[in-house]
Design a protein around this ligand. Structure first.
Ligand code: NDP
Length: 258
């Protein structure tokens, strides 16, 4: 079997949090193209159902939508139960849901700080932990977390201390889980995208006006597209990445090199 055949994900059962739109949706499309069955997990159930229906129609795989708030342990538990009920197993988890608040540190309320940390860091822990429990019992699996280049650098000019701290946390959480579970065949990696054109950036009143400035700073002179994160995630989800765990893949058009 050639390398491209080996990278296929036929029959694998995968959940994607924040899968209704943006990066999550784009990566879910790639997983479906590679033959996997998908659970699209999101707060926005109407949009998640639309995405799941599109995947089934366009790729001939099975896709379900599950409404879940990744900050709520009881929601995450119910999501896993539903996946096991429908699919019988879980091979890959893409823990990707996240938000960004751009607020100067000295003005940030406790609630604002907590909201970002709860979704971006605690949400990744809860979903990765729940997936890990299933995978450890099964004898293996692959977890991919979405961090950010903001886990490595301090973006400017927008103030986003809670976001930056949460994403640095995701990178170190990823490495910690990878080491804990390495001998039990559960791999844990993360991606650290640079600026990507999604709702989070293109439609954010605070971020949209900054795009021209970011592009000027960027070595490639532009933002990334969600599709430009697809192949790394397909690689991490599949069996050819069997020696890859505890790694953080910076996909940022060299933004963090300067
Ligand atoms: P989007 O805002 O387009 O999508 C995020 C999705 O996550 C939305 O569907 C949103 O649902 C969902 N979501 C938010 N909160 C929760 C929650 N508590 N439980 C379940 N789902 C939730 O963002 P992106 O696709 O751009 O971002 C995806 C990930 O990539 C995030 O972790 C982000 O931090 C990261 N990232 C993004 C970059 C970018 O430039 N776009 C760069 C680097 C990293 P709803 O609409 O209902 O809120």
């Amino acid at each position: 079997m050639g390398i491209i055949e080996k990278m296929r994900l036929d029959g694998k059962k995968i959940f994607v949090t924040g899968g209704a739109r943006g990066i999550g949706k784009s990566v879910a499309i790639a997983f479906a193209e590679a033959g996997a069955d998908l659970a699209i997990v999101d707060l926005d159930i109407a949009e998640a159902e639309k995405t799941a229906a599109e995947l089934e129609q366009n790729h001939g795989i099975k896709a379900i939508a599950i409404q879940t708030d990744v900050t709520k342990p009881e929601d995450v538990e119910a999501m896993i139960e539903k996946i096991l009920h429908v699919f019988g197993r879980l091979d890959v988890a893409f823990c990707n849901a996240g938000i960004c608040l751009n607020i100067p540190a000295e003005e940030m309320t406790y609630e604002q700080w907590k909201k970002v940390i709860d979704i971006n860091l605690t949400g990744v822990f809860l979903t990765a932990q729940a997936a890990g429990k299933v995978m450890l019992k099964q004898g293996g699996g692959s977890i991919i977390n979405t961090a950010s280049m903001s886990g490595h650098i301090v973006n400017v000019p927008q103030p986003q201390s809670s976001y930056n701290a949460s994403k640095a946390g995701v990178i170190q959480l990823t490495k910690s889980l990878a080491v804990e579970w390495a001998t039990r065949n559960v791999r844990v990696n993360c991606i650290s995208p640079g600026y990507i054109g999604t709702e989070l950036t293109l439609n954010s009143p605070s971020l949209k006006p900054l795009i021209a400035q970011w592009n000027e700073m960027a070595p490639l002179g532009r933002m990334g597209r969600p599709e430009e994160l697809q192949s790394i995630c397909v690689y991490l989800a599949g069996d050819t990445s069997s020696f890859t765990t505890g790694a953080d893949f910076v996909v940022d058009g060299a933004f963090t090199c300067i």
